[in-house]
Design a protein. Structure first.
Ligand SMILES: Nc1ncnc2c1ncn2[C@@H]1O[C@H](COP(=O)(O)OP(=O)(O)OP(=O)(O)O)[C@@H](O)[C@H]1O
Ligand SMILES: [Mg+2]
Length: 451
């Protein structure tokens, strides 16, 4: 026992001169002291330039812009938004490292409060001392406190001071209101104007970049109410002067929310869906990480997994970076130090293949009901036999010999656990709405040895 004391726990990365896992899956973050710094960002030169040009061309003061970043799960959407914010910050634009996060049950009021919270963080991050006593900033702080501690849907009876609707800074009137009587969605515009005045006057900021992440969180199953939220917020928020919106989400989510209502669609600038990084860019990304994570800066780090094995695995994941990194991380934990001729040998694709199917089969068992696990297998086998890339709920119904409701439930279970993703929509004869098509993810392919 005594011998263990004072000694570090085994660190599989140390053999490779690394401080920690180079296969972390978090999005890169802008801002000082970030654990996964945006300096590790690679590629996306064209996209970055385009997004920055839209922001820069909106004009100051008073110009605003609205852009979407869409793509498949894990392709690098959030990191691109972080990179846009970091570059815009070099030109004085405010932003917060934490995006506006959307929750499943969020209605218009909840989203309005989250937006105000984001703005509060953004303005404080740039110049806490210069702005914290400004009345517009204090108003927002109090507002967030009251609406965050109280469940928005519950009856609220706490009074709070709030700006009057006069707006002009000279004549701000403190009014005592009860949250029950004031809806965030109604006052958000006024509060945002107050923040913008402070940002300009005290921090000389040309604007604020607002990053709304994971739009899919509010669209699952309820795309229509999510679209309504955006429509309600269009005039007070989306069109407000000085604000530049980056709306991030999976392609399907963006389409069904931002693209649904004419009034919202027309104010957005839709860039093409984000393509996966190339294999070379992925290797470049990892090389940067190896270098940044060196334990001993005087020596180079060693790649824990051979580049060709990384690239082969990336193909199984069809460009899903996050999925690829997660698989590399799991395989490394199983094998590093044990595979090959020497403990420091980089893992080969055969090494990865020797452990990943088992690990992912286990994941299927632990995440899915036995019924969904069996269905996934049947779907994987049928897709392979018929050389199909995707399937509809109706295909699932037929292949699994179940009713419509059961097929729907099973496909949803596969999707919500990361084994299937919506890959597109198609119009079928006789159907009122377009029906979704689904593809299996890399995780599902690994579980059934289908690679
Ligand atoms: N251009 C890039 N340069 C360097 N690393 C990147 C880049 N894009 C993504 N990554 C890394 O890949 C992983 C996945 O990226 P990210 O979280 O941005 O994807 P996402 O599309 O937002 O995923 P999700 O659909 O799960 O939200 C993260 O670990 C991130 O750090
Ligand atoms: Mg993301």
């Amino acid at each position: 026992m005594d011998q263990i004391e004072g000694r570090a726990l085994p660190n599989v990365w140390a053999l490779h001169n690394l401080r920690g896992s180079p296969f972390f899956q978090e999005a890169l973050q802008s801002g000082e002291g970030a654990q996964h710094p945006i300096d590790l960002f690679v590629g996306r030169v064209v996209q970055l330039r385009r997004h920055l040009a839209v922001i820069g061309s909106a004009g100051t003061p008073g110009g605003s812009s609205r852009q979407v970043i869409s793509g498949r799960p894990g392709v690098g959407k959030s990191s691109l938004a972080q990179a846009v914010k970091a570059r815009a910050a070099e030109h004085g634009y405010l932003s917060s490292p934490e995006a506006v996060a959307l929750g499943h049950e969020d209605d218009t009021d909840a989203v309005a409060v989250r937006i105000l919270d984001y703005l509060y963080q953004a303005i404080m991050a740039r110049g806490r001392a210069k702005v914290e006593h400004e009345s517009a900033v204090e108003d927002v702080r109090q507002f967030i406190r009251v609406f965050r501690v109280n469940n928005l849907s519950g009856g609220l009876s706490i009074g709070m001071p709030l700006i009057g609707t006069a707006g002009a800074s000279a004549g701000r009137v403190k009014t005592f209101i009860t949250p029950a009587a004031v809806r965030p969605a109604v006052v958000v515009g006024e509060l945002m104007r107050g923040i913008m005045e402070v940002a300009r006057a005290k921090l000389s900021a040309p604007g604020v970049v607002i990053h709304v992440n994971n739009l899919e969180n509010i669209t699952d199953e309820r795309a229509e109410s999510a679209a309504r939220v955006l429509r309600d917020l269009r005039d007070p928020c989306l069109l407000a002067g000085g604000f530049h919106w980056l709306l991030v989400g999976t392609t399907q989510a963006i389409r069904s929310v931002a693209g649904a209502a004419e009034q919202v669609r027309t104010v957005f600038n839709f860039a093409p869906e984000l393509e996966p990084l190339t294999a070379e860019e992925l290797i470049h990304l990892l090389t940067r990480r190896y270098r940044a994570l060196r334990a001993d800066a005087k020596r180079p780090a060693r790649a824990p997994v051979a580049d060709v094995a990384v690239v082969t695995l990336y193909r199984v994941f069809h460009g899903d970076l996050r999925g690829t990194l997660a698989a590399l991380d799991s395989a490394s934990h199983e094998l590093l130090g044990y595979a090959g001729d020497s403990p420091r040998a980089p893992l080969t694709f055969d090494d990865l293949r020797s452990v990943l199917p088992g690990l992912y089969a286990e994941r299927v068992r632990s995440l899915l009901s036995p019924e969904a696990g069996d269905s996934l297998k049947t779907i994987a086998v049928t897709l392979r036999k018929s050389r199909m890339e995707s399937f509809s709920r109706r295909d699932a119904q037929e292949w699994l010999s179940v009713g419509q409701a059961t097929a729907s439930r099973l496909v949803s279970e596969l999707a919500s656990n990361g084994f299937a993703i919506e890959s597109g929509k198609e119009r079928t004869e006789g159907a009122k709405r377009p029906t979704s098509r689904y593809a299996l993810t890399g995780a599902a392919r690994l579980a059934f040895g289908d690679f």
